[in-house]
Design a binder for this molecule. Sequence first.
Ligand code: UDP
Length: 235
Amino acid sequence: MKENILGVDVCGDTYEQLADKLLEDIEHGRKSFIVAINPEKIMKAQQDEELNHLLNQATYQIPDGIGIILASMLKGGKIRKRVTGIDMMLHLCKEAAIHQKKVFLYGAKPGIADEAKSKLEEMYPGIQIVGTLDGYEKDEQVIEARINESKAEIIFVALGSPTQENWIISHKDKLSPSVYQGVGGSFDVISGRLNRAPAFFQRFGLEWLYRLLKEPWRWKRQLVLPKFLIKVLKG
Ligand code: UDP
């Protein structure tokens, strides 16, 4: 079940439903691509046809952010629960450990993916993280060889948006993994280099408020949320 918000598809599946579908994709050797959708990306896509197409090309567009839930409510849709990029990644890692699926971490500054690997191994004993590569390696042959030799089935790509989405689209057909997820700054958070909002803010969908309190100079970027909701109401 997908809903269309201002021209961009968004999936209504829960973490569990998505994980089941992704495991099935791996079993059948199907390529699937997860992209996190937030109001900022939808607003950018209004002016950027290519980005719009890119987002709609993903297999699963997850509702990352309270703004998407509010938009679905305003439009009479059914999406009521967020599926955040980082929690989707953690959920998939948990399932990968249980079902013995091989994982690759690609992206972030040198050393960070290795630190994230150690943390994930502590969190999900038995997880098979078969390779890591930083996001500043630019030799295409090295990148492809490292990923394919690892025989990974799931790859998390942390290059920032939309670089990671473009990379996934242009590489997935020549690489071994079935499942591709663009995860932005998630390796920085998992490695412990970057703090996530405290649980209270997460529970109530108030990460934006935490960010505003910590980095008040970003307030202008946050105007995108009311602008987005007004556009949804008008559309
Ligand atoms: N990054 C990278 N290679 C690059 C540029 C960026 O690996 O050439 C990484 C960067 O180190 C960071 C992530 O991409 O870990 C970008 O995170 P950000 O939170 O900016 O993601 P976004 O908000 O764009 O999803």
